[in-house]
Design a protein around this ligand. Sequence first.
Ligand code: SAM
Length: 140
Amino acid sequence: MLLHIVARGRIGRSAEAELVDRYLKRIAWPTRITELPDTGGREPAAAPQTRRILLDEKGEAMPSLALAERLGRWRDDGVREARFLLGAADGFDDAARAEADLLLSFGRATWPHLLARAMLAEQLFRATSILAGHPYHREG
Ligand SMILES: C[S@@+](CC[C@H](N)C(=O)[O-])C[C@H]1O[C@@H](n2cnc3c(N)ncnc32)[C@H](O)[C@@H]1O
């Protein structure tokens, strides 16, 4: 299953870009990043079996194990793409929230979109490590 990050804003050469690269390189699953401008622009077409995960501080704060289980279930059900959407300064409107299969929160604090992208890359590495039985993740 493709892990596709569709993010508003340009990351360029930055500390956050290094973090994103570091984690995405370590993921054994196929990954892709599509950058969109802060406003406007067209999201790439999605395969019929795509799940949309909208990153939103008002969403569900999932333990890493639960995110891994959700990704594993989608993969086993034949989902072709898990599409993770990151917003710009104004976040998402209610219509975008309503279209999502999952609203995923990294807590109630608001993070800059580039940090949220790096955190997402790490969580995807963690989730796929959990599914592979790799000891990267330790439950406290
Ligand atoms: C600067 S934030 C936007 C804040 C905006 N006021 C809002 O209400 O969503 C830019 C993007 O980073 C991501 N983000 C920031 N904080 C987050 C959090 N706590 N959980 C999940 N995603 C977050 C979201 O995708 C958000 O659209």
